[in-house]
Ligand binder design. Structure first.
Ligand code: BES
Ligand code: MN
Ligand code: MN
Length: 458
């Protein structure tokens, strides 16, 4: 046990240098201008796997960005761990809010600052380094397979087909993912629930051109006003979403289950202070803020535009208005069904004075994972070894839609052993990842393989 920690300690500066090198590649999957960089980030990873002496390293092209696959099979009799992660990153905008450029990684205050530092290059790379650590300890305890994709941040649109096509190649006993957070550095946790997602873009169109707001205002409905009214109608005063049927399939937790989840440490004041708000909001009045952000579904506007937004005042009655709206879903809700319910209801809210279109974007299903599995047990023991504390099972509000598909297509359970913190500012300016967290991950993952090999002996 000491040996693993020792190896990580000895090699930590190289581990950091390597990650910095990868973080310099702007692998922004959403922006086609970066297609070549996304490709380069995948090539970089292929080269790393090459150095590790994997049996097989392959880049699978898709209609979008490539999937990197690697495997090392020690012995058919041993269990197989399939690691999933993503090397694509979110766009870094707004750039002017970064204190150092997003693709010029800087180490400051024991943290590494760069887009993708935590989500998910830093966390995915811990698994690559874990193989190096295990190689150093002798033989790998488990067979290992990797899928590191380049389209997670754009909905993993080609990954479903990939896992269906290569089902046999991907045969495994457990899926291991580090793409979530823990409660705090001194409070390790394992994620046992993720929310699903339904994401739509709506457009409200009124007159056939922008109009003079003095000449026409008062006789022509303003699409921006109408859009705002329609959005307002989507929630009532208790914070309940008003779409008929929206809550029909929502997983209802018993009071005991809610009480259990509420046992995890959560400092409301610290939460508010960390993001500069004086009161929480946005959720249902009969659920706590922590519940609102984890076990309950939501509806939020992610972006809204229309009319004149340049300098000064332009008197205009805009011809159209748009918004991007996300609904975070919980277990048993079906994202396609919710998208349909939204679409029907939203269209029904439109007055005759406008035309409305609803365009669905990618979506995905929620995941609920059991703590009564050897995968969870192995992760719990591994974290206990390296943190000296038993991790707490938690539900998180973010989404990793492929987790539900892994269950459905491959019939496999996933363990979400993430090492990030909510304060890491993923998707925000100044994303960072603690060096402590990065190294703890590299220390804990090999222990997972060891415990899992022991517990899943065939
Ligand atoms: N790693 C995140 C998801 C996450 C973050 C889960 C923190 C739990 C805690 C992932 O990269 C992500 O951002 N997912 C997207 C969904 C996707 C379909 C674009 C999300 O949650 O918005
Ligand atoms: Mn991620
Ligand atoms: Mn993300």
């Amino acid at each position: 046990m000491q040996q693993i920690r020792q190896y990580v300690e000895t090699h930590k500066s190289r581990f950091l240098d390597e990650l910095v090198d990868w973080l310099k590649i702007p692998s922004i999957s959403a922006d086609s201008a970066y297609k070549g960089d996304v490709e380069r980030a995948s090539d970089w990873l292929v080269a790393e796997f090459g150095k590790l002496g994997m049996d097989r390293v392959e880049k699978y092209p898709t209609a979008g960005h490539p999937i990197v696959y690697a495997e090392k099979i020690i012995d058919d009799q041993r269990p197989t761990v399939l690691v999933y992660g993503h090397y694509d990153v979110q766009p870094p905008d707004p750039l002017d809010l970064w204190t150092s450029p997003p693709f010029e990684p800087v180490i400051k205050d024991e943290k590494i600052y760069a887009r993708g530092a935590c989500d998910d290059k830093g966390q995915a790379y811990m698994h690559v380094k874990a193989i190096e650590v295990l190689n150093d300890q002798g033989e790998l305890p488990c067979n290992v397979k990797f899928i590191i994709e380049g389209e997670e941040e754009v909905g993993s649109v080609n990954l479903g087909d990939f896992i269906r096509t290569y089902k046999d190649m991907l045969a495994a006993d457990i899926i291991l993912v580090s793409d979530t957070s823990m409660i705090a550095n001194d409070t390790p946790s394992i994620t046992v629930g993720l929310r699903g997602l339904s994401y739509v873009e709506v457009e409200v169109v009124g007159p056939n051109r922008d109009l003079h707001s003095g000449v026409y205002g008062g006789s022509v409905a303003n699409p921006v006003n109408v859009l705002c009214e329609m959005i307002t109608a989507l929630k009532d005063e208790q914070g309940k979403i008003t779409i008929p049927g929206f809550y029909d399939k929502v997983e209802v937790l018993s009071d005991a289950e809610r009480a259990k989840l509420a046992e995890r440490p959560f400092d409301l004041q610290e939460f508010k202070d960390s993001i500069g708000i004086s009161a929480t909001g946005g959720g249902e009045s009969d659920y706590s803020p922590l519940e609102g952000a984890t076990i309950r579904p939501t509806l939020d506007v992610n972006g809204i535009w229309g009319g004149y937004i340049g300098e000064g005042a332009k008197t205009v009655l805009p011809s159209k208005a748009s918004a991007k709206i996300s609904m975070r879903l919980v277990p048993n809700q079906d994202s396609d069904e919710i998208t349909k319910l939204f679409s029907d209801y939203f269209s029904s809210l439109a007055p005759d004075s406008v035309k409305v279109t609803v365009n669905p974007h990618h979506g995905g299903e929620a995941a609920a994972l059991s703590i009564e599995s050897i995968g969870y047990e192995a992760a719990s023991k591994a974290m206990e070894d390296s943190f000296g504390k038993t991790p707490i099972p938690t539900r998180e509000g973010g989404s990793i839609p492929i987790v539900a598909l892994f269950q459905e297509v491959l019939g496999l359970n996933t363990v979400l052993m993430g090492f990030g913190l909510h304060s890491d500012a993923i998707h925000s300016p100044n994303e960072h990842y603690g060096i402590f967290n990065y190294l703890k991950g590299i220390e804990t993952i090999p222990r997972f393989h060891q415990h899992f090999a022991e517990m899943a002996k065939k």
